[in-house]
Design a protein around this ligand. Sequence first.
Ligand code: AVJ
Length: 330
Amino acid sequence: MVALARSRRPQNAEERFAADVIGGLTATPKSLPPKYFYDAIGSELFERITELPEYYPTRCEMKILSDHAGDIAQLIPQGSALIEFGSGSSKKARIILGAAASKLAAYVPVDICREMIEQEAAELRPDFPSVKVLPVSADITQMFPLPPEAKAPPLRVGFFPGSTIGNFEPHEAAAFLSTAAKLLGARARLIVGVDLVKATDVLNRAYNDKAGVTAKFNLNLLKRINRELGGNFRLECFEHHAFYNCEQNRIEMYLASMKRQKVKVAGETIDFRVGETIHTENSYKYSVESLAALARGAGWRPLAAWTDARKYFSIQVFERADERPLRAAE
Ligand code: AVJ
């Protein structure tokens, strides 16, 4: 089935994965989409990353959310549905639910990892009995339908934490913000968590942890390809590389081939030169202003923004700019 990867349009998740992998590995330079990191093992490894001493984003974001939970709750209109894009473990949504449960009719965690969200939904329900928890398993980079019960409340609030927006190219981030504006509807609000530009050494350490968990997370992509697409990558022949590119404001992550080798994937043979890399992730860093500019261009108006004491991370709240403020000569 996967051998059809190149011959026609992919029909389901497995064929799309095969087509994306073959497309990426036969391109020059080679690349793989970072969304495929998150199988069950990858999602667990990412949870471990969030606990590493070097990986500051999650702790900073949790601190900002806790410190400003009351402020955030005030910006959530009564009876809203909270839609979280790329929810993972839902532990950030718990902070918002804790402060705004009485205002929220529904919570809709959307994630590519089905095992993860079903499990988390089951754990959330008893803690927030008044909120309907409606998990959706979808790829947030594609348009997806909201459950009818999430469309019933008068208003929707999007939640896009974790600096997941940093995985998109800036033009893709703008497209995502436009799609979110459409999906969430009139007068929607959007809460975005985004990692900020900072000293290069802090960034480099966050993606090159001493315990090697980030390397394991990166290499797990090859393990997943081996298992799901009949690949024969030898993990010991590839190496994790990550560094901050300060011209492009992004962390770049690669898997480098340590020798000349051939690898089979989904019936295709892929050649690697010594040192040849697979680009597996970009993680863009923004300023409060640069993200606000991107959001403005996508139909959102900034309402509030908070950072931690070191200004490492930010939480920014926007409102859909459908009712334009009155202007003098129009
Ligand atoms: C989940 C995309 C925010 O870019 O920091 C962590 C993923 N990659 N370590 C990030 C990641 C390597 C993470 N995001």
